[in-house]
Design a protein around this ligand. Structure first.
Ligand SMILES: Cc1cc2nc3c(=O)[nH]c(=O)nc-3n(C[C@H](O)[C@H](O)[C@H](O)COP(=O)(O)OP(=O)(O)OC[C@H]3O[C@@H](n4cnc5c(N)ncnc54)[C@H](O)[C@@H]3O)c2cc1C
Length: 465
């Protein structure tokens, strides 16, 4: 008997360690609610996690087995489960964050002590750390070279779904409720979880959006992206299954459409790049990836931080994004870049405050991608936005939401205002603003002034003052 320990691979299909374990079954699938992991969880992510586990449990039950659920430290829970069910080995897929690696090291020691074997697999990425490197064998610090190699490499086929005979005939317990895990029901609308829901999103995306992805993904009012990020992060769908479908789309595409599909593949590579960055630099979770000569003198301003969190900065595209986050536990990528630039360059507040808020609110929070992108926007990351490149929040709105559809969806106070008025909100007089939307605030800062100040802040950090 073998245990398959599900972690960030909440699916039975295209699951490398599970497929290997069932090669010589029977396999006992298990999940451990680990308090060390739960302390970094949040209501939207816990809700998604529980629903994904429920879907997985239903799959196993339909196949004559069950998902065993334990709560506690995996160094104790896994040997205990193995002893109880007479399992001689535990299988799992790698997780690449620093915390996960420390935990796995402790689990290996505990299993060694208990005389239980273990086998680990790379599954969450097409190309694991160490396989895409410079010619000298070093990890890449610049994405473009990494991306080119990633795109050129052949991708593995999906792993088979285990059949009922390979699964242990067991009965597990019911999953805990969100309250039992000490989280509240999220106020935000969280997407449906589980492999079936992920496949529906993939089907919808591959039916047409993928063929216009290169343009469609830039406009937050359009449904132009896959909306698969939470599925990728919880592993409710396998990377090989996604790539297989994308490959089919590529085969069906004409020349212009090929470019769009390739643009999507490049984003998938980008997600893997940040996982490599985190693997080699686990300290980036709390520290700047790139150090300047002097510490960056971030401002401290709780009122401005709060206005940013609440979507009350008086910059419409920023506020629409922050309110989308509140309402849907999600934000469009274009707007994520704008709000991250606004926090770090206009408000000149430390990226860590923004990252902490995103971690709490996003259903698709992923340490590697969230941190990598925040440090990119803050000009502290690897291959980051240069410090002197500061997004203009008014131009971002005008360019990417010209008809203000996205803005009006999330800011009801501006629903009656015409797009031109919205896109010149910072230039209106107080009286004009009062007349159009009395409940929507004036800008909390002057973008042009703050842009200069931010550049000076970075120049002092660079020792150029
Ligand atoms: C400040 C900031 C924070 C972010 N935090 C996260 C996060 O916590 N978790 C997360 O998964 N993504 C994060 N992203 C990246 C990106 O915004 C989301 O992956 C994307 O919006 C998810 O929607 P989608 O699946 O429809 O994207 P699609 O456009 O369909 O992208 C498909 C996949 O490509 C990858 N991808 C797309 N854009 C990026 C990007 N900019 N960087 C890295 N990978 C990318 C993701 O894996 C995504 O699922 C962040 C971006 C910014 C600017």
């Amino acid at each position: 008997m073998r245990i398959h320990w599900h972690r960030r691979d909440l699916r039975a299909a295209d699951n490398r360690a599970l497929a290997a374990a069932t090669d010589d079954g029977p396999v006992l699938p298990a999940f451990v609610f680990d308090p060390d992991v739960l302390q970094y969880a949040s209501p939207p992510r816990t809700k998604f996690l529980l629903e994904a586990l429920d879907s997985l449990q239903r799959f196993y039950r339909a196949h004559g087995s069950d998902l065993l659920v334990a709560e506690g430290d995996p160094t104790e829970e896994l040997p205990a489960l193995a002893a109880e069910h007479g399992a001689e080995a535990v299988f799992w897929n790698h997780d690449y964050s620093g915390l996960a690696q420390e935990r796995d090291e402790r689990v290996r020691e505990a299993l060694d002590d208990a005389g239980i074997e273990y086998t680990e697999f790379h599954d969450a990425l097409h190309h694991e750390p160490g396989t895409i490197t410079t010619n000298d064998g070093d990890p890449y610090s610049v994405f473009s070279y990494f991306g080119d190699k990633w795109l050129d490499r052949e991708k593995a086929e999906p792993y088979p779904v285990p059949d009922g005979d390979a699964l242990a005939d067991i009965e597990g317990e019911e999953l805990p409720t969100i309250e039992e895990l000490d989280f509240e029901e999220p106020a935000a609308n969280v997407p449906k979880a589980g492999t079936e829901a992920a496949r529906e999103r993939l089907d919808t995306f591959c039916a047409d959006r993928i063929f216009e992805y290169d343009e469609g993904r830039e406009y937050p009012a359009r449904a132009g992206t896959s909306r698969l990020s939470q599925d990728r992060n919880y592993g409710t769908i396998g990377v090989r299954e996604v790539s297989e479908r994308v490959g089919e789309a590529l085969a069906d595409a004409d020349e212009a459409e090929r470019e769009a599909v390739e643009a999507y593949r490049r984003e998938l590579a980008f997600g893997e790049f940040f996982t490599h960055v985190l693997f080699y630099n686990p300290e980036v979770v709390t520290e700047n990836h790139k150090d300047y000569e002097n510490p960056i003198e971030w401002r401290e301003d709780d009122d401005e931080l709060q206005a940013w969190k609440e979507g009350m900065t008086g910059y419409p595209i920023i506020d629409a994004g922050m309110r989308q986050l509140r309402a849907e536990a999600y934000m469009h990528n274009r707007v994520r870049m704008a709000v991250a630039s606004f926090l770090t360059k206009d408000l000149m507040l430390d990226w860590r405050a923004g990252y902490a808020h995103f971690r709490e609110r996003l259903v698709d929070h992923d340490t590697a991608n969230d941190n990598g992108n925040w440090q990119w926007a803050a000009s502290t990351g690897t291959d980051a936005q240069p410090y002197f490149r500061v997004f203009n929040p008014m131009t971002q709105g005008e360019k990417y939401d010209p008809d203000a559809e996205y803005i009006e969806t999330y800011i009801p106070e501006l629903a009656e205002a015409d797009p031109d008025t919205i896109h010149s909100w910072n230039e209106l007089s107080d009286d004009e603003r009062e007349e159009v939307a009395p409940d929507y605030p004036a800008p909390i800062c002057d973008h042009s002034e703050r842009r200069e100040e931010a550049i000076e802040m970075f120049e002092r950090a660079r020792g150029e003052d």
